[in-house]
Design a protein around this ligand. Structure first.
Ligand SMILES: [Zn+2]
Ligand SMILES: [Zn+2]
Length: 369
């Protein structure tokens, strides 16, 4: 078969199941048969037209699969049939940015993000992986697709919020928004040894999930002033680290206001338009605060490290996967996900299981860390 089924972006609010050419690998590239993928909030931005990509592109940047075909030059590195993941970010490993350690910005701003952005993505039966040696991570046999599905993007991005914020043992950390990324940021704060973890989220079910992922205290920002409460809980100082995981002016500003002088605001959100930083939140620009931004750490070494966390029982991300769909059902899954209906957190898309019925909701397992 030279064709495959894929979900193609045709224009704003227009994604379609199409029969398209199956990719073939050139030197250094590999093709994987996708066994699981998912939908990201970023995909919602793309389909709504808030982040432009070219019509005709296959979307999706979270691949789990089986090595199908190897291009030249990969002998000895991989074997067809191996189960693999690749990060949402696929750095080349050789350009100025990669060699300076900012792999996500490979070849220029956001350049490491290629799947479903500048090249065809994972919402398909097969996916071409560029620079395979730098990007394919082998999945240990003991792990299921579902256990590793959050690693390419959500877990890598969310946990990096705590890493970029340099959360230290005993720190107070406030995380704004508890969607899948924010929950993984909460988990990251716990893994980094934070003392007090405060999660700010208006949806009750997500606050409950935040407690499972490590938050000692949750705040409903519609019921109380989050910044005031965070200050009260930190002897009036503010949090050592605040993590923004939504991408709005309101949460950006609240996160900034909740950081103590000399603290760090770690930003994960995707913003549009202008961001305003009020002078008092920055102490007139003299508060010794740091504001750091992070895309999503990718590449096979990052994936290997995340796989080690799952394999050794340090994290369990399966509670985030609340719904299952086949590839043909992806538009339906997209609709559900973008409306945040039916308590959806993340969906699993299974291209191998055409016509797979929607499974019942999972009973969220406990988080081990
Ligand atoms: Zn994403
Ligand atoms: Zn590079």
């Amino acid at each position: 078969m030279d064709t495959m089924q894929a979900v193609v972006f045709r224009g704003i609010n227009d994604i379609r199941i199409e029969e398209v050419a199956r990719p073939r690998p050139k030197a250094g590239e590999a093709v994987i048969r996708i066994t699981a993928t998912t939908i990201c909030g970023t995909d919602v931005h793309i389909v709504k037209g808030e982040y432009p990509v070219r019509p005709g592109l296959i979307l999706g940047h979270e691949p789990v699969g089986v090595l199908e075909e190897l291009g030249d030059g990969l002998d000895g590195a991989y074997t067809p049939g191996q189960r693999v993941i690749a990060g949402a970010i696929t750095p080349c490993g050789q350009c100025f940015y990669c060699l300076n350690g900012v792999h996500s910005q490979c070849r220029g701003a956001l350049g490491g993000w290629r799947f479903g952005n500048t090249i065809n993505g994972a919402w398909a039966e097969y996916l071409l992986v560029p620079d395979a040696r730098a990007n394919l991570a082998v999945v240990p046999d003991v792990l299921t697709d579902e256990e590793v599905l959050m690693l390419p993007d959500i877990a890598s991005t969310g946990i990096s919020g705590a890493e970029s914020g340099n959360v230290r043992l005993g720190d107070s950390v406030a995380i704004f928004a508890q969607g899948p990324i924010g929950l993984c940021a909460t988990l990251g704060a716990r893994l980094r040894g934070a003392g007090l973890i405060i999660a700010v989220e208006p949806i009750a079910a997500r606050r409950e999930m935040a407690r499972r992922f490590g938050a000692a205290i949750t705040i409903d920002p519609n019921a109380e002033d989050a910044v005031e409460t965070i200050k009260r809980l930190t002897d009036g100082r503010g949090a050592d680290v605040a993590i923004e995981a939504l991408g709005r002016q309101q949460t950006f500003e609240a996160a900034l206001r909740s950081v103590r002088p000399g603290g760090t605001m770690s930003s994960l959100g995707v913003y549009s338009g202008k961001l305003v930083a009020p002078y008092d939140a920055l102490h007139a620009g003299l508060g010794d605060q740091r504001i750091v931004t992070t895309l999503c750490p990718g590449g096979k070494e990052r994936m290997r490290r995340l796989l080690a966390m799952v394999e050794n029982g340090r994290v369990d991300l399966t509670p985030l996967v609340t719904h299952h769909f086949s590839l043909e059902q992806l538009p339906e899954a997209f609709d559900l996900f973008s409306r945040q209906a039916d308590g959806v957190m993340k969906v699993a898309i299974h291209p191998a299981g055409r016509g797979l019925p929607k499974a019942p909701l999972h009973e969220p397992a406990s988080v081990r860390c």
